[in-house]
Design a protein around this ligand. Structure first.
Ligand code: DON
Length: 309
């Protein structure tokens, strides 16, 4: 097995030199300001070691990666009843698609597309003011990362609120089908804020460890969720974590992953590693272009795959 530290350093050097970096998301104006040259990677291993390369300590907007954490919290709150309101099938459509919602009468295909994540947020709002729900999500992520400096970038949240007409449409549409219990602006307020959580690759890799280790934090041994639930979240990450690019990601990389339009991807090698990568330029499906390429190369070099014997 090659030395992981050497592999990461070589990959970071290779990625820094690549010209084909994709396009930075500009539909959220604040994200459009990010330098596409940035690149970071962090790998948290089972034995507690953390290996990093590039801009691994610079916070970036985790965007849709936050949907893993809100899903985890919502399942803790309502359990399998969640699946009456959200499906578990890949969408085969862009993350902000509206057309499927009409066909399926306001029930989103899965919790990782925007509509599904807005329903999940609506679940977290029950019994709370929006501010409390946002605080609960942030504290959970800080707990997982074992770092209370993880923060919400208010400028990113405001930038999305000012321009998020598609999400407003999705939320209103679901409310019309009675699949939103709160006013659309309340659910969206929480949603925009959790998408605006800022984390570094190091913090993100730490926060994914419970998924790599059967629901337990490897550093404390404390159980965050049951092993069965961790497996199911990983199954959703594999099948739905990259929208209509999910099949391609599974084919090329072979591990569950969740992307965000900030250019981050959290990848999990069960029993072995939690990996966070960040490169802001996106491919045609809205997933980090170099992020998925580097994960493909890393998985190949280390022989990491959930399909390996
Ligand atoms: O709702 C949105 O459009 C963004 N806050 C999140 C979308 C996202 O990250 C999709 N990822 N690739």
């Amino acid at each position: 097995m090659p030395d992981l530290e050497t592999v990461l350093a070589a990959l970071a050097e290779e990625m820094a030199a690549r010209p084909d970096r994709g396009e930075v998301a500009s539909y959220i104006p604040q994200l459009g300001k990010i330098d596409p040259q940035r690149f970071g990677i962090a790998v948290a291993l089972a034995d507690g070691r953390m290996l990093v390369a590039g801009d691994a300590d610079e916070p970036f907007s985790i965007q849709s990666i936050s949907k893993i954490f809100t899903l985890t919290l919502a399942l803790g709150k309502v359990g399998d009843a969640l699946w009456r309101r959200v499906g578990r099938e890949p969408s085969g459509n862009p993350f902000n698609s509206i057309i499927q919602l009409e066909h399926e009468r306001g029930i989103p295909r899965n919790p990782f597309i925007n509509s599904g994540a807005i329903v999940v947020t609506d679940v977290l709002l029950a019994g709370h003011q929006p501010r409390e729900a946002i605080g609960e999500i942030l504290r959970f992520v800080q707990f997982l990362a074992e770092d209370d400096t993880v923060f919400i970038d208010k400028d990113v949240a405001a930038s999305e609120k000012a321009t998020g007409y598609r999400n407003v449409a999705l939320a209103n549409y679901m409310r019309a089908f009675d699949n939103l219990n709160h006013a659309p602006e309340l659910a969206l307020g929480v949603y925009f804020h959790h998408c605006a959580i800022a984390m570094s690759c190091r913090q993100l890799a730490l926060s994914g460890r419970f998924l790599a280790h059967g629901g337990k934090s490897p550093s404390t041994g404390h159980s965050v969720i049951s092993p069965e639930r961790a497996r199911r979240i990983l199954a959703l990450m594999l099948t739905c974590g990259h929208y209509d690019g999910s099949g391609d990601f599974a084919f090329r990389v072979g591990i569950p992953g969740k992307s965000g339009v900030g250019g981050g991807i959290l990848g999990i090698v069960p029993g072995i590693a939690s990996i966070a990568v960040w490169s802001p330029g996106l491919n045609e499906n809205g997933n980090s272009r170099l992020g998925s390429i580097v994960l493909e190369k890393l998985a190949k070099a280390m022989d990491w795959s959930i399909f390996a014997p």
